[in-house]
Design a protein around this ligand. Structure first.
Ligand SMILES: NC(=O)c1ccc[n+]([C@@H]2O[C@H](COP(=O)([O-])OP(=O)(O)OC[C@H]3O[C@@H](n4cnc5c(N)ncnc54)[C@H](O)[C@@H]3O)[C@@H](O)[C@H]2O)c1
Length: 264
């Protein structure tokens, strides 16, 4: 088979959260540049408008919907509306996520003083909202007997990582096992559910710290055997793989993309 047939996403309706920046934007571009109709959603209306307009200008089929995934009723309503309007939902990228303070190397972020408000906030966005995204998508995908759910987790969900906070570690680990569980649940309906576990990518995560503070970026890069942060475009191959026929027999997995960091 030709590569273009194996990785064919033409005509798909793809729904992506956190699509106005970083990995969500890059995955939106990968899908849209290869012929999918991409529903780009983000809490940040201004950046969403800019990127939807930019992609539309180069001939992509895209639409933008402002959405805070923390508002669970609206999250459900938006997914249902998109599925109803397009008559299907082929791939859903549950990607939006937030950080939860730096790691325990900072005294104010150690276990015994970790702020409970931060814990609650990150659990709601990174775990509950992702769960509801998956749950709502599953209703439509079960009816159509096909679908791909792709969750952006993190290598911080696979082991301890001193650079990030407790809430982040907990939610990324938690969502990885939700992915495995949902993959078993949905396998009879020809729905594949997988997680992506990135290492450090140069995005606007943590309020743009990696761009603003070179020493912070360096401290992350030093942990990577390739000695660098990844460019957001380097996620595109995995996005296409997991949304396309190429991955028809891949479900319940965690795809690590980390420049070798977890192999250490
Ligand atoms: N950048 C990395 O190094 C890295 C590593 C591992 C995992 N991740 C994960 O990748 C995902 C994307 O992060 P990124 O690095 O692209 O960061 P980013 O900040 O560049 O992009 C995240 C996008 O999500 C949006 N967002 C934030 N909260 C939202 C909400 N409540 N509702 C809807 N949209 C919201 C932001 O507006 C932003 O556009 C996250 O789940 C993150 O945890 C990132």
């Amino acid at each position: 088979m030709k590569a273009e047939a194996i990785f064919d996403v033409r005509g798909q309706v793809a729904f992506i959260t956190g699509a106005a920046s970083g990995l969500g934007l890059s995955m939106s571009e990968a899908m849209a540049d290869n012929g999918a109709h991409v529903v780009m959603t983000d809490i940040d209306q201004a950046n969403l408008d800019i990127h939807v307009a930019r992609l539309a200008e180069r001939g992509c089929s895209v639409e933008g919907i402002q959405l805070d995934i923390g508002d669970l009723d609206r999250l459900r309503a938006v997914i249902n509306e998109v599925a109803a309007r397009h008559g299907k939902l082929d791939s859903v990228f549950a990607n939006a996520g937030i950080t939860s303070g730096p790691g325990f190397h900072f005294p104010e972020w150690r276990l015994e003083v970790y702020p409970s408000e931060m814990w609650e906030k990150v659990l709601h966005i990174n775990l509950t909202s992702i769960f509801v995204t998956m749950q709502t998508a599953a209703v439509h995908m079960k009816k159509q007997g096909s679908g791909r759910i792709i969750v952006t987790a993190s290598i911080a969900g696979l082991r301890s990582e001193g650079n990030v906070g407790y809430g982040y570690i907990a939610t990324k680990a938690g969502i990885i096992n939700v992915v495995r569980h949902a993959a078993m649940d949905l396998a009879p309906y020809k729905i594949c559910v997988n997680a992506i576990a990135p290492g450090p990518f140069l995005t606007n995560i943590a309020g743009g710290r990696l761009h603003r503070e070179p020493e912070v970026a360096k401290s992350f890069a030093e942990l990577v055997p390739q000695q660098r942060l990844a460019d957001p475009s380097e996620i595109q191959g995995l996005a296409l793989l997991l949304a396309s026929p190429a991955s028809s027999y891949i479900t319940g997995t965690v795809m690590v993309i980390d420049g070798g960091q977890t192999a250490r």
